[in-house]
Write a protein that binds this ligand. Structure first.
Ligand SMILES: [Zn+2]
Length: 83
Protein backbone atom coordinates (compact mmCIF):
# COMPACT_ATOMS: atom_id res chain seq x y z
CA UNK A 1 0.00 0.00 0.00
CA UNK A 2 2.83 2.41 0.89
CA UNK A 3 4.47 1.62 -2.43
CA UNK A 4 1.35 2.70 -4.38
CA UNK A 5 1.12 5.97 -2.41
CA UNK A 6 4.81 6.59 -3.12
CA UNK A 7 4.32 6.16 -6.87
CA UNK A 8 1.18 8.34 -6.94
CA UNK A 9 3.05 11.10 -5.08
CA UNK A 10 6.01 10.80 -7.45
CA UNK A 11 3.75 11.05 -10.55
CA UNK A 12 1.96 14.13 -9.11
CA UNK A 13 5.34 15.77 -8.42
CA UNK A 14 6.52 15.09 -12.00
CA UNK A 15 3.29 16.49 -13.47
CA UNK A 16 3.60 19.68 -11.41
CA UNK A 17 7.28 20.05 -12.35
CA UNK A 18 6.53 19.70 -16.08
CA UNK A 19 3.60 22.14 -15.89
CA UNK A 20 5.65 24.80 -14.09
CA UNK A 21 8.48 24.28 -16.61
CA UNK A 22 6.08 24.77 -19.55
CA UNK A 23 4.64 27.89 -17.90
CA UNK A 24 8.15 29.34 -17.40
CA UNK A 25 9.04 28.63 -21.05
CA UNK A 26 5.85 30.32 -22.30
CA UNK A 27 6.51 33.34 -20.08
CA UNK A 28 10.07 33.65 -21.43
CA UNK A 29 8.73 33.81 -25.00
CA UNK A 30 6.20 36.49 -24.03
CA UNK A 31 3.18 34.33 -24.79
CA UNK A 32 0.40 33.62 -22.27
CA UNK A 33 0.28 29.90 -21.32
CA UNK A 34 -3.17 29.42 -22.85
CA UNK A 35 -2.11 30.54 -26.35
CA UNK A 36 1.32 28.86 -26.23
CA UNK A 37 0.01 25.42 -27.12
CA UNK A 38 -2.00 24.32 -30.14
CA UNK A 39 -1.43 24.68 -33.88
CA UNK A 40 -2.82 28.25 -34.00
CA UNK A 41 0.43 30.00 -33.06
CA UNK A 42 0.38 33.81 -33.22
CA UNK A 43 1.59 35.02 -36.60
CA UNK A 44 3.42 37.98 -35.01
CA UNK A 45 6.33 35.65 -34.16
CA UNK A 46 6.93 34.71 -37.81
CA UNK A 47 9.48 37.14 -39.21
CA UNK A 48 9.32 38.39 -42.78
CA UNK A 49 12.07 37.13 -45.08
CA UNK A 50 13.99 39.10 -47.70
CA UNK A 51 16.06 37.91 -50.67
CA UNK A 52 19.54 39.22 -51.38
CA UNK A 53 19.66 41.01 -54.77
CA UNK A 54 23.19 39.68 -55.37
CA UNK A 55 23.37 36.04 -54.20
CA UNK A 56 19.62 35.27 -53.92
CA UNK A 57 19.91 33.97 -50.35
CA UNK A 58 16.86 34.34 -48.08
CA UNK A 59 17.40 35.90 -44.65
CA UNK A 60 15.34 37.76 -41.97
CA UNK A 61 14.20 41.16 -43.27
CA UNK A 62 15.35 42.84 -40.05
CA UNK A 63 18.98 41.89 -40.94
CA UNK A 64 18.81 43.19 -44.52
CA UNK A 65 21.11 45.90 -45.83
CA UNK A 66 19.08 48.26 -48.05
CA UNK A 67 20.64 50.09 -50.99
CA UNK A 68 18.96 51.59 -54.10
CA UNK A 69 15.62 50.08 -53.05
CA UNK A 70 17.03 46.53 -53.00
CA UNK A 71 17.75 44.17 -50.09
CA UNK A 72 21.19 42.64 -49.57
CA UNK A 73 22.36 40.00 -47.10
CA UNK A 74 25.55 41.85 -46.16
CA UNK A 75 27.31 45.19 -46.80
CA UNK A 76 29.81 43.31 -48.96
CA UNK A 77 27.12 42.27 -51.47
CA UNK A 78 25.90 45.89 -51.80
CA UNK A 79 29.22 46.79 -53.45
CA UNK A 80 29.20 43.78 -55.81
CA UNK A 81 27.20 43.99 -59.09
CA UNK A 82 24.16 41.70 -59.62
CA UNK A 83 25.06 38.33 -61.17
ZN1 LIG B 1 24.02 38.19 -50.67
Amino acid sequence: MMRILFWIGLIVLIVFAVRSKLRAMAKRHGVPPDTARGPAAPSAQIEAMAQCAHCGMYFPASESVKADGLDYCSPGHVRLPPP
